[in-house]
Design a protein around this ligand. Structure first.
Ligand SMILES: C[S@@+](CC[C@H](N)C(=O)[O-])C[C@H]1O[C@@H](n2cnc3c(N)ncnc32)[C@H](O)[C@@H]1O
Length: 312
């Protein structure tokens, strides 16, 4: 997704090391590796199956590609382990991969019957079924409202709790049917009635929002002068966090009214830490072209933001 845009934004980094924090099956990594014979790519993913496919796909690039099975939020440790102080580029393409979404047994899709799993990293302990069958009605409603921005969260939580009285809810299609009945089966525009509930559960199972700010702080601190960070978000909750954090690193004070006061190069705000470490390369989020959305409708929600490390 947004492959051409990613390669263009990372072009100045192609002489060094780029960390692809969400390598998936290696689409972006392949585009970067084929754009320059000098670039080296560290490809992180916590999904063993995705990483195996990336490894296979990128075999021809030999030691220029290094796969790492890990949570990218541990970037600091990963780079320290590899003996790298800084890197030239960092790419993050958040969310689930098409591979994960299309594999019924991973339980991400309400359109295919599968176990209610949704773990991107199968070593994690808690599945979507665990949440659906053990949280209280109130906790479920809060989760669905907060991570799914679902206006009918309370109704859905009530329906889930009622349905599980007859026995645990085990499959994706079972849950999708319960949600559809709870909201009256209406599609809202293009959205299936279960879309937001599934998004909420996926975010909770994979703790997608927690630690994102700290991760961005680490990523920016680990960029070499002139290094670049490129982030693609898939839902507005993530994009909001990214937009705000990049702005803080670009010197826009979080505690100043309306974020309008950029600090000077050397100053940092004593309250929120804003400082000019980063030059924003995308004043507005970059969105996929109409053609890309036509070819891949999932791309319609993608938002790309990027920055360049300012100090030298
Ligand atoms: C949208 S896909 C990336 C697709 C990839 N850019 C490509 O071109 O094929 C997101 C990937 O990030 C991985 N992922 C999500 N959160 C992660 C995390 N915290 N740590 C490591 N990998 C993560 C998922 O397992 C998934 O494979």
């Amino acid at each position: 997704m947004l492959v051409r845009e990613v390669v263009e934004l990372l072009r100045p980094c192609l002489d060094g090391v780029i960390v692809d924090c969400t390598v998936g099956t290696g689409g972006h990594a392949e585009a970067l590796l084929s754009a320059s014979e000098r670039v080296r790519v560290i490809g992180i993913d916590w999904d063993e199956e995705a990483l195996a496919l990336a490894r296979e796909r990128l075999r021809a690039y030999g030691e220029r590609f290094l796969p790492v099975q890990e949570d990218f939020k541990r970037l600091d440790e990963i780079l320290t382990r590899l003996g790298l102080e800084t890197v030239e580029g960092i790419l993050v393409d958040l969310g689930v991969s098409s591979l994960q979404l299309e594999t019924a047994e991973r339980g991400f899709s309400f359109q295919q019957e599968g176990p209610l799993d949704m773990r991107m990293d199968r070593r994690r302990a808690v599945t979507a079924a665990d949440l659906v069958n053990t949280l209280s009605e109130r906790e479920l409603a809060d989760l669905i409202f907060r991570y799914g921005e679902e206006p009918a969260a309370r109704r859905i939580a009530r329906a889930i709790v009622r349905a599980r009285e007859a026995g645990p809810i085990r499959t994706t299609t079972e849950l999708a049917a319960i949600v559809a009945r709870a909201v009256g089966g209406r599609r809202r525009g293009r959205l299936h009635p279960a879309t937001r509930t599934f998004q909420a559960l996926r975010i909770a199972v994979n703790e997608e929002l927690s630690g994102l700010e700290d991760f961005l702080d680490t990523a920016i601190a680990r960029l070499a002068p002139g290094g670049r960070v490129v982030i693609i978000a898939f839902h507005s909750l993530e994009d909001r966090v990214i937009k705000r954090r990049l702005r803080v690193h670009a010197g826009y004070c979080e505690c100043a009214a309306r974020w309008l006061i950029p600090h000077s190069e050397t100053e940092s705000c004593p309250r929120c830490g804003a400082a000019r470490r980063l030059v924003l390369l995308t004043p507005r989020a970059v969105r996929p072209s109409d053609l890309e959305v036509q070819e891949n409708p999932r791309a319609r929600s993608a938002r790309l933001r990027a920055g360049e490390r300012a100090d030298g």
